[in-house]
Design a protein around this ligand. Structure first.
Ligand SMILES: Cc1ncc(COP(=O)(O)O)c(C=O)c1O
Length: 433
């Protein structure tokens, strides 16, 4: 069956095959982000619009990868395009203070109460790297706890316990791994017992309120409250990584809806409107450790920026995207409803063999093996049949013109409709696992 789909895929993507073989000579794995490769080769995109990606052989795919889940308004939305065109007339890189940044920050700080001070960078990876450094500076402690399966980018500090088996190093070349400890998501008792063992040197805990790359799993509210309470008692910082969840389910972050009060929040993806961005923000008294004026080296937390941080193009794209989301709140009810529909319908379409996790407009299908009745963390995800999931996604690429990055969760944008989900359901019903 899979061989037939590979044949079908090769037949419809000859130009992608040629281009990708060139790409493989020039780039490691042929790609510029490890997860973008899949067998036999990824199709090469020529352009995108709305809900669609178009490849170099003119095949059209309804996209659920949506630019690493950044494109909540779809590909190339009109308002963002027009704002960018205006900005490009004025130029796109200043390397100086600009008004576009102030405008975006005013929007973010009103919507995210903890964002009393903001620092922009150009990726989520940088934002979490600085968040960890800041936590260490503020507390004078070294150990950071993260979740088994938690993904915060490729920063050396947090490249631990990402993929099953979590105890195995993710990479050579990483030092001081003992300063990162990992805890199981949604298991408060075990998590607290691990944190207590490291209490004296625990600088902070970094967590996503919905585990994204780790399996699209919402945190149980009591779990996060328990971790936060422990952090506050122990003078460790509670860092929420809302790079996926920020502005995804509502206009703002997820944490106020869970009655949480984080010390530092990281944002990215949606707030850059499809251009590169990372944001570290937090309460004034914490962020001021990063203030360099009048502080000795030993007193400050030296965090970036970089050449392209707060470049006017990213700022304008972010401002325009957030403005659209703020002005048309119906976007959230629309995409959240479609997401719920997708989870319900997909759960039905595999005769109870799958568990569909997610929240709002994010969803992920897990092929549950015998004995897996629920998915509460990445260890449960690892017990599912991951290779069938990748085959299922590949079948839809090859046969149905539907694109999920194989093995990853899907994101619904404002450009999608309920009809699109019906097409996934039809494609799923044909799939034999
Ligand atoms: C929760 C989370 N944090 C951080 C990152 C890293 O962001 P970036 O890929 O922009 O470096 C990601 C990327 O997917 C993410 O999902």
């Amino acid at each position: 069956m899979l061989l037939d789909y590979i044949k079908e895929y090769k037949k419809k993507t000859p130009t992608s095959a040629k281009l990708f073989s060139k790409s493989a000579k020039l780039h490691v794995n042929g790609v510029s982000h490890n997860i973008r490769f899949y067998e036999p080769y990824p199709f090469v995109v020529k352009k995108s619009a709305g809900k669609n990606l178009i490849d170099v052989d003119d095949n059209k795919y309804t996209d659920y990868w949506m630019g690493h889940w950044a494109l909540i308004l779809g590909h190339g939305p009109k308002t963002v395009k027009e704002s960018l065109q205006k900005q490009i007339e004025k130029s796109w890189m200043y390397g100086t203070v600009n008004e576009q940044t102030i405008k975006l920050s005013e929007l973010i700080s009103k919507a995210v109460p903890v964002a009393e001070k903001i620092r922009y960078v150009t990726s989520g990876t940088e934002a979490t790297m600085y968040a960890v450094r800041l936590a260490r500076s503020v507390t004078g402690k070294k150990i950071i706890a993260k979740i088994d399966g938690g993904w915060h980018g490729y920063t050396s500090d947090l490249l631990k316990s990402v993929n099953w088996p979590f105890s195995e190093s993710e990479s050579s070349g990483i030092v001081n791994e003992e300063q990162i400890v990992s805890i199981p998501y949604n298991d408060l008792e075990t998590s607290l017992s691990i944190l207590k063992k490291h209490s004296k040197d625990l600088a902070g805990v970094i967590i996503e309120p919905v585990l994204g790359g780790g399996g699209c799993i919402p945190a149980e509210s009591d779990y996060l409250k328990g971790i936060q309470e422990y952090c506050k008692k122990n003078n460790s910082l509670f860092i929420l990584d809302e790079i996926v969840t920020g502005f995804r389910f509502r206009f703002g972050c997820l944490y106020p809806t869970m009655k949480l009060d984080p010390d530092i929040v990281t944002l990215g993806k949606i707030v850059g409107g499809g251009l590169s961005i990372g944001v570290m923000c937090g309460r004034k008294e914490i962020m001021e450790f990063a203030d360099t004026t009048g502080k000795k080296k030993s007193e400050r937390s030296y965090v970036g920026g970089g050449t392209f941080s707060a470049n006017p193009a990213s700022m304008v794209a972010g401002f325009s995207t957030l403005s659209e989301l703020k002005n048309k709140k119906s976007i959230y009810s629309k995409i959240n409803t479609i997401g719920e529909y997708a989870r319900n319908e997909l759960t039905k379409s595999f005769d109870g063999k799958v568990i569909v996790t997610g929240k709002g407009s994010l969803f992920m299908t897990h092929f549950a093996r015998a004995g897996v009745d629920e998915i509460r963390n990445s260890a449960d995800v690892a017990k599912c049949d991951i290779s069938t999931l990748a085959k299922y996604h590949f079948k839809m690429i090859a046969h149905d013109g539907i694109f999920f990055l194989p093995g990853k969760l899907g994101a619904i944008s404002n450009a999608h409709s309920k009809e699109d989900i019906k097409n996934i359901v039809l494609a799923s019903e044909e799939f034999t696992c």
